[in-house]
Design a protein. Structure first.
Lengths: 566, 408
């Protein structure tokens, strides 16, 4: 069967041809409409509050808002610091371990860290580092002399410098960038490059930075952009553990949206537009800095310095990675303990009395929300998986079309701040009478699930040895049969991991669920963030544990599928 | 009899007038659906009830209401928990924006004060309906004036009183025998014990209430607070408040750079021992938390000399609700002696009732009297006369001014 007949042939081939365009429409239409729905109010057009004239008044009001400069600076500082630190740590681990057995250990410990939602981790971290928190309790009163929690102004959750926010982001972004870095490394001829460099006398760390990184970073660029955009605009984590006087710009914009003063919707929309611009500028700045760094280091790269074995550097990097891993594990452990605690006063390191009541009392609630969360997650992941596979298959077998070449646009939902278009989407959904319904909810989740699924599938798909398929075709199998019986089973590992990743992304969505679900579909995450305002650690603990357990189960299932023999 | 005699003795005109009035009233009454009609329509409806979801006790109580209205009226109550009820106001606004004037996504919401003011003045509320509810006559509108004046805004049947709030201060009597009873004593205490006092960050309801509480105690212009805020009055009236807050700020918990986000978060700080004194809008809050094992049983409550702010919280129905009948039936159930007495029970929630006990049947009254007052709950005499809330326009201005001063 030649390419032409395949193209004209069956219905499925037709569907495949349309796949990139359809995928782009599903992603871009709501974002474009949402951005428009945010832009119009930003320039004074929101008839329901009596604003029907285009003007710059919202921008003037935004400019005059107290604390705007600080919010902006805070967003930039926390966003850049968190991304730079996570990237640095991830690269340090890769540089010092790429030639050792540690690489496999790191890979194995990543799945749980990838699975735990940001919000759950932030709750746990808040308890870990609070003045009355778990860390302080271990050392009190015997070492610190604290009979009661100390009064530490600048330290602990919600510190005015945003250090706790940076730490919370670091705990999640480092594993994510490591994961993407590992998948990038697997595409490079690591062995041959390393042995050439080694034979020339280069140390492993120098090899990494001089030989591997220049080829690895292009593969990491989009994930790093996504991490930076996320850190600059995150809402749920910043609500839980970020400063509040003033908060980051994303939180501030949301506050204005939700405030009782309806006229503040207009400056809020302007703030959302500002945040979107900020992200664009930040991405450009980052890229510029990376290029500059690349240019400046050219002299060093060709200078012939060989470097040592890097034993101390490895210990440092592993220490940093270990600290991140320990921090995340203890954060979740503290929450697990709280969910079974009856009384746990300061300075006891362990609960005074235990009880299953917190779980029993919440069981009905939890079960209902596990149901909602799973349905949305499975549906959104299935859709995203289907679309991604269709696009990748199209790419593998067809001449690239315009839509096919534009697939990088898939990353747009990760780069445009959620606050920037979700309010507009909400209005759009209400207009169409779709809000609060399952389709709207699943669609909104697909926006954020699809990029991750595509991102994690694209590399294994492109690296797939086409000769397997060609052999099947040569033996007389149809293209569809070759796909279902040869290619998919061979790639089931990456597919399963992509599905687990997609599911965990869906579970973690806060704002999209809030805006598209009309509050009618409470998921584990929306409920947990709502409960966070109440500060009841027992209940928050139970919810955060479930919030983390759901995606972990997904990853466990994925590993099982990947390892199973057919 | 005496009245009849007086009427028959009076001119005929008066009788005719009376007949005419009752006729008109009768016609009006007929134009509105009878209550059993409403109950019939309500059967099978799903009512989405949006509330602030940060208080587990309230959530558990609402779950119980859901079970009751299901078995009694066939209504499926869906509790929608939000981080701030203003989000729901925002949602209803977005629906109006999009022209969705029926089949809205919210049927009932827990509300008062500035959010009520916003919704009422933007035409986002269904009503008037509350005075037509069969249980409404049981509401004590006389001794609780805030059931008809919500932050001085006339209720006019657009929301249903649900519970009563009254500011009380909370402390552990085993650690602090003589808590500060006035605003100036409180300042002295804060300065003498740095890091051991704070208040929730406005616009949290309790945080804003704290600002109003201090303001009322410090200003000598009480009348100005009862009127809408004016540009000329805001500065001079609130100057003493900012002076007080500026002076205590460096001595607050975490040097006043960070504030707890809500009432339960403030209470958790007290439970953790991070602060010495907390406060609550629910006079039974401390007792209920002792009952739950979250606070030590030596915790007690008190009010400031000269009284503290009190208000009423309500439920309201959005203008575009898709289950207005169901929402009314739920609202009416919330006013029943059964629901109100359960709400008052410190073992359940401990939220005070809006009903007048003397209006109840002896059996219903007994439900309330049987409830033991919690160990940390003040008697009505100790609680004292409530101070009225300022006009809702003050809240927004206070919150904005607070943010301008302390959030930059």
């Amino acid at each position: 069967m030649n390419r032409e007949t395949a193209r004209r042939g069956s219905w499925s081939a037709l569907a495949l041809n349309r796949a990139p365009a359809l995928t782009l429409f599903i992603l871009l239409a709501p974002i474009a409409a949402g951005l428009l729905g945010t832009l119009l109010p930003a320039f004074g057009w929101l008839p329901v509050v009596g604003a029907a004239d285009f003007s710059l008044e919202p921008w003037r009001a935004l400019w005059a808002a107290p604390g705007l400069g600080q919010s902006l600076a805070l967003s930039l500082w926390t966003g850049f610091a968190a991304t730079a630190l996570s990237l640095l740590l991830a690269l340090a681990l890769l540089a010092t371990c790429h030639h050792t057995l540690w690489l496999r250990r790191i890979r194995q410990s990543l799945a749980p860290l990838l699975a735990v939602p940001h919000a759950a981790l932030a709750f746990g971290l808040a308890f870990l580092i609070a003045p009355s928190g778990w860390l302080a309790r271990w050392f009190s009163p015997w070492a610190t002399g604290w009979e009661r929690p100390p009064d530490l102004a600048g330290f602990g959750p919600q510190d005015p410098w945003g250090l706790s926010l940076i730490l919370a982001l670091l705990l999640k972004q480092t594993p994510y960038l490591l994961f993407m870095g590992l998948s990038g490394l697997s595409q490079l001829p690591l062995e041959s490059w390393s042995s050439v460099a080694r034979s020339l006398g280069y140390g492993p760390i120098t090899t990494f930075f001089k030989v591997i990184l220049p080829s690895l970073y292009p593969l990491l660029r989009l994930p790093v952009f996504a991490a930076l955009a996320f850190s600059l605009t995150v809402v749920d984590v910043a609500l839980i553990i970020g400063p509040s006087t003033p908060p980051t710009l994303a939180v501030q914009a949301l506050r204005w949206f939700n405030g009782p003063e309806l006229t503040w919707r207009l400056p809020a929309a302007a703030a959302a537009v500002l945040l979107t611009l900020l992200v664009l500028i930040a991405l450009a700045t980052w890229e510029g800095m990376v290029r500059l760094l690349g240019r400046l280091s050219r002299f060093w790269v060709i200078g012939g310095w060989r470097g040592g074995m890097g034993g101390i550097a490895r210990r440092l990097a592993l220490g940093g990675g270990g600290a991140v891993f320990a921090c995340a594990t203890l954060s979740m452990g503290g929450l697990l303990l709280w969910s079974f605690a009856q009384r746990w006063p300061f300075p006891l390191a362990w609960p005074e009395r235990w009880t299953p009541d917190n779980w029993i009392g919440q069981s009905g609630n939890l079960l209902a929300m596990i149901g909602t969360t799973s349905i949305i997650g499975v549906a959104a992941t299935a859709l995203a998986l289907g679309l991604s596979l269709a696009c990748l298959e199209h790419e593998a077998h067809r001449r690239p079309t315009f839509a096919g070449r534009s697939l990088w646009l898939l990353y747009l939902p990760l780069l445009v701040p959620q606050v920037g278009f979700l309010f507009g989407i909400q209005v759009l959904l209400v207009w169409g009478g779709l809000d609060g319904g399952w389709p709207a909810l699943v669609w909104t989740h697909v926006l954020f699930v699809l990029p991750y699924v595509f991102l994690s599938l694209a590399d294994p798909w492109r690296a797939f040895d086409a000769r397997y398929e060609q052999t099947a075709l040569a033996l007389g199998a149809s293209r569809a049969r070759a796909f279902w019986r040869v290619k998919l089973p061979l790639l089931r590992g990456p597919v399963a991991v992509a599905a687990a990743l997609g599911f965990s992304v869906s579970v973690a969505q806060y704002l999209p669920t809030l805006f598209a679900g009309a509050g009618r579909h409470a998921t584990i995450t929306t409920e947990a963030v709502t409960l966070a305002s109440g500060g009841n650690r027992r209940v928050i603990g139970a919810f955060a544990v479930v919030q983390a357990a759901l995606p972990l189960l997904g990853f466990a299932a994925a590993l099982w599928i990947a390892k199973r023999r057919t | 009899m005496a009245m009849l005699g007086k009427l028959s003795g009076g001119p005929w005109r008066r009788l005719i007038l009376l007949l005419a009035v009752s006729l008109v009233l009768g016609v009006l009454k007929a134009a509105e659906p009878a209550w059993d009609e409403i109950e019939k329509t309500a059967r099978g409806q799903t009512v989405y009830w949006n509330t602030w979801g940060g208080d587990e006790k309230a959530n558990a109580y609402i779950a119980w209401v859901g079970e009751r209205v299901k078995e009694r009226y066939g209504i499926a109550l869906q509790h929608v928990k939000v981080g701030d009820i203003a989000e729901t106001v925002s949602r209803i606004l977005a629906e109006k924006y999009a022209g969705r004037n029926e089949k809205g996504t919210v049927d009932l919401l827990w509300i008062n004060g500035e959010n009520f003011h916003t919704m009422k003045s933007n035409g986002l509320l269904f009503g008037p309906f509350s005075e037509r509810l069969p249980h409404y006559p049981l509401v004590d509108t006389v001794t609780i004036p805030s059931t008809t004046l919500d932050f001085t805004e006339p209720v006019e049947g657009m929301e249903v009183p649900w519970g009563k709030s009254h500011v009380v201060f909370i402390h552990d009597a085993a650690k602090l025998q003589n808590p500060p009873k006035s605003v100036s004593e409180l300042m002295d205490y804060i300065k003498a014990h740095p890091g051991r006092f704070t208040y929730p960050e406005p616009p949290d309801t309790l945080g804003s209430t704290f600002l109003k509480q201090i303001l009322i105690k410090l200003t000598d212009q009480q009348e100005a607070l009862q009127k809408p805020v004016a540009e000329t009055t805001f500065g001079p009236v609130t100057a003493p408040l900012w002076g007080w807050l500026d002076e205590v700020r460096p001595h607050l918990w975490r040097q006043g750079q960070t504030f707890p986000q809500s009432a339960p978060a403030l209470r958790q700080l007290l439970a953790d021992g991070e602060i010495d004194i907390a406060f609550s809008l629910n006079p039974n809050d401390a007792s209920a938390e002792i009952e739950k094992g979250n606070l030590r049983n030596t915790v007690r409550t008190y009010v400031l000399a000269g009284g503290t702010i009190a208000n009423t919280h309500f439920v309201a129905i959005p203008y575009n609700s898709s289950a207005k009948e169901g929402a009314q039936v739920v609202a009416n159930f919330l006013l029943s002696p059964e629901a109100q007495s359960r709400k008052l029970d410190p073992a359940i929630w401990g939220d005070p009732t809006v009903l007048g006990l003397e209006k109840l049947s002896p059996a219903d009254r007994a439900r309330f009297i049987e409830l033991k007052r919690g160990v940390a709950t003040l008697s009505p005499g100790e609680l004292g006369a409530p101070l009225p809330e300022p006009h809702p326009s003050w809240v927004e201005r206070l919150e904005a001014a607070w943010r301008a001063r302390y959030s930059r």
